[in-house]
Design a protein around this ligand. Structure first.
Ligand code: ADP
Ligand code: ADP
Length: 229
């Protein structure tokens, strides 16, 4: 579903990714783990076409995106949801409008269908009936859940998570981990989760890619990674 072939990246001549190759299967949860500054978010930004690689190729659902036009990228991105590190909700919109945002942008659903989808997505993340609440009234964990509901509103095939449990207490982190797993199960999405929490990686991953200084130093299933560490 997602394939990176010898991808390298640099910012102003400074290398940040060095020959990254990754093949992520449909429905898989791939966790990318590594210290801060190792290039994890850059990988997500490349996958969603916000950055172009310096070298190498990237395929999303069989389509090569490093050479795609902005128009083609927009079509590909309709198939992808992203949960940003700082939730990035629209503060002036209600929770319901935040979740409806992508549906209004990318679909021709009626108001009634939008309301029904929003209701269903909020229920999935445990925020039943919170449509009219403003983001400023929510805790960090609730914002994260709204952000997830927004990312999956348009039924994407792929969801990318950038540090979804950063700054959350352990209980809320576990809740988010469970939601990542239930989202995969219910919608059969392919998930890429960037984190620096090893316990979280062990809880949710099918496979873990360990990245250090822009390189994949190890990749394998949870039991393979546990054995070698
Ligand atoms: P991580 O997500 O693992 O913390 P990032 O992918 O955010 O790492 O960043 C990798 C390196 O690239 C860091 O040194 C960061 O400062 C640098 N970097 C990321 N984005 C940019 C950018 N837009 N311009 C310049 N440097 C960047
Ligand atoms: P993270 O690494 O957790 O994604 P950062 O705080 O490193 O978050 O980066 C936040 C934003 O700043 C990103 O969009 C990244 O591209 C940009 N950025 C990071 N490092 C640099 C840098 N050295 N120069 C310019 N932009 C940067």
């Amino acid at each position: 579903m997602i394939k990176l072939d010898n991808v390298s990246m640099a910012f102003r001549g400074r290398p940040v990714l060095d020959n990254i190759s990754l093949d992520i299967a449909e429905g898989e949860i791939m966790v990318i783990i590594g210290p801060s500054g190792s290039g994890k978010s850059t990988i997500l930004r490349l996958m969603i076409g916000l950055l172009k690689p310096l070298a190498g190729k990237i395929w999303i659902d069989g389509q090569e995106i490093s050479g795609a036009s902005e128009e083609e990228l927009n079509i590909i991105r309709r198939n992808m949801g992203m949960v940003f590190q700082y939730s990035a909700l629209f503060d002036s919109m209600t929770v319901g409008e935040n979740v409806a945002f992508g549906l209004r942008q990318h679909t021709a659903l009626s108001e009634e269908e939008i309301a029904r989808t929003v209701r269903r997505r909020l229920r999935m993340v445990g925020l039943n009936g919170q449509e009219s609440v403003m983001p400023s009234e929510l805790s960090g964990g609730m914002k994260k859940r709204v952000s997830l509901a927004r990312a999956i509103a348009i039924n994407p095939q792929i969801v990318l998570y950038d540090e979804p449990t950063a700054g959350l207490d352990p209980i809320m982190s576990t809740t988010i981990d469970r939601l990542i797993c239930s989202t995969r199960r219910v919608l059969n999405v392919t998930s890429v989760v960037v984190t620096h929490h090893m316990s979280s990686a062990f809880n949710i991953a099918d496979r873990i890619a360990m990245i250090y200084d822009g390189r994949i130093i190890e990749i394998g299933t949870v039991s393979e990674i546990k054995k070698s560490s």
